[in-house]
Design a protein around this ligand. Structure first.
Ligand SMILES: Cc1cc2nc3c(=O)[nH]c(=O)nc-3n(C[C@H](O)[C@H](O)[C@H](O)COP(=O)(O)OP(=O)(O)OC[C@H]3O[C@@H](n4cnc5c(N)ncnc54)[C@H](O)[C@@H]3O)c2cc1C
Length: 454
């Protein structure tokens, strides 16, 4: 186990080298532990206990607000802890949390013809993604990715290793599906159920932004009842090679056969409004190609500010509520997204911490390069979100920064249950938890930089 202490050579790289967002935080762990296996994680937790400091965790490093970088902590970096075992006959896999969606599906698709509906971005770690719920491929039809987590192995805040599923330590298993960065332990293994890799076909419709209302209203009316194996997304963006802002409507259909996919994509093709500047119907596609597009839209080495909202199902005019967001992007690399969640949002969820969603997922991904744009871009996000928030019922943890804005993330009942589970499993608030919402579970008044030497 490698420990890089504050001020030691390599500390800065260990602190933030694997953080995706180039807006680096001014927070300084006391030490970074490069854990390679479960024994290292246990040792790192014990080190934090002995040193009277907290535990922070990093799997893929993709949380927008760099939640892993915390003051007064031992940061357990799981980047070198990579294990993946697949049981293709049972449609099951066991994966360590730093395995990314692309790494997981790279093996599943090519070696076994299987798939796990992980995150859209290729490099997001399973750890942060699944603990939040996981808005994976075709979430509207296939449900939340955490619904395919059958068990988790967890190193607790005491340094014990426990296996959690619906029968053993069921409360921790409940929390592992939706607690997000407040999960009161370190997950070292996810036990996943898999699906057969489907055929991918996509249809795309690119409209000039002057057609915003007509195009958006069309897809909003088309979505309820639309084929449940088709992911439906509306994005405002400046497409590569074009000067003007556009509205891009993408339907990605994932079916057992190409024929079924074509049938599923036909109603959209037949009803689309005219006026596209570019379009395609039922193009041969793949997970690999989709990952490439996502990677291009979210480039490395850039500065990001993300926020999101679930618009209330009763929102009378969704396109009007989102018009400012979709038509005034502050930077050519920024984009705004609406992601259809119906029918997933209309069925009862399993008993798990994740408990909030709606038909309309809306998110801003503001991307820029230059630090001089920080204030302008973040102010734009804050302003837009302030106006959208009154139409929302809450937000998804995965695209949130509690330091910038706080809202509802779980049902009232689940918030209370989660708080009780956190207190039971981590009474000392050893695990850092929600950055900016420490009060949710802290039973102990941690203050930055106090109480520890390493
Ligand atoms: C480009 C991009 C695209 C994205 N696309 C999607 C998407 O399609 N769908 C979606 O749902 N989300 C998406 N997200 C959001 C993403 O899922 C979250 O940011 C998630 O937290 C990232 O997980 P990570 O492990 O990479 O991050 P990290 O920063 O490593 O982890 C975030 C936090 O989660 C907790 N955590 C992580 N691992 C563990 C563990 N093993 N045990 C206990 N706690 C842990 C810790 O509090 C940690 O600080 C995207 C993010 C980015 C940057």
């Amino acid at each position: 186990m490698q420990i890089v202490r504050h001020s030691a050579p390599g500390y800065e790289e260990a602190r933030i080298g694997r953080v995706f967002n180039a807006r680096r935080p001014s927070r300084y762990p006391l030490a970074v532990v490069m854990a390679r296996n479960t024994a290292d994680v246990i040792e790192a937790v014990q080190l934090a206990i002995r040193s009277n400091c907290r535990v922070a965790i990093r799997s893929g490093g993709h949380s927008w607000a760099a939640w892993s970088v915390r003051d007064n902590s031992v940061l357990i970096d799981l980047g070198e802890f990579k294990t993946l075992q697949v049981d293709p006959a049972a449609l099951r896999a066991r994966a360590s949390p730093s395995i990314t969606g692309k790494e997981l599906n790279g093996r599943l698709v090519h070696e076994y013809g299987l798939m796990f509906p992980g995150g859209h971005c290729p490099d997001v770690g399973l750890g942060g993604f699944l603990l939040q719920g996981g808005m994976g491929w075709n979430c509207r039809g296939w449900g939340w990715a955490c619904e395919r987590v059958e068990a988790v192995d967890v190193v607790t805040a005491n340094g014990d290793l426990v296996h959690c599923n619906k029968d053993e330590h069921a409360d921790l298993y409940w929390a592992a599906r939706g607690a997000g960065p407040g999960f009161p332990g370190v997950v070292v293994q996810f036990h996943l159920s898999l699906i057969k890799n489907p055929v991918f076909r996509s249809s795309g419709y690119l409209y000039p932004i002057c057609e915003y209302r007509r195009a958006f209203d069309w897809i909003l009316s088309l979505t309820p009842g639309y084929d449940a194996d088709t992911e439906i997304t509306v994005v405002a963006q400046y497409p590569e090679g074009r000067e003007e802002l556009c509205l891009f409507i993408l339907l990605v259909c994932m079916k057992p056969t190409a024929e079924e996919a074509e049938q599923a994509l036909l109603p959209a093709q037949q009803s689309r409004p005219d006026g596209t500047v570019e379009e395609w119907f039922c193009k041969e596609d793949s997970l690999h190609a989709q990952y490439e597009n996502q990677g291009k839209a979210n480039p490395d080495g850039h500065r990001y500010c993300a926020d999101n909202a679930y618009l209330a199902n009763e929102t009378a005019d969704v396109a009007a509520v989102l018009e400012e967001a979709f038509t005034t992007l502050p930077h050519r690399k920024a984009f705004a997204l609406w992601y259809a969640m119906d029918p997933c949002s209309r069925r009862p969820l399993p008993d798990m911490a994740l408990s909030l969603h709606s038909d309309h997922y809306f998110a801003l991904y503001t991307v820029w390069e230059d630090a001089t744009d920080d204030e302008r871009c973040t102010a734009w996000v804050q302003g837009v979100m302030q106006r959208v928030a009154s139409h929302s019922v809450g937000a998804y943890l995965g695209d949130s920064d509690f330091q910038a804005r706080q809202t509802q993330y779980w049902s009232e009942e689940n918030t209370q249950r989660l708080t009780a589970i956190r207190r039971k499993w981590d009474p000392e608030a050893r695990i850092c938890g929600y950055l900016g919402m420490e009060y949710v579970s802290s039973t102990r008044p941690w203050r930055d930089g106090v109480g520890s030497t390493l």
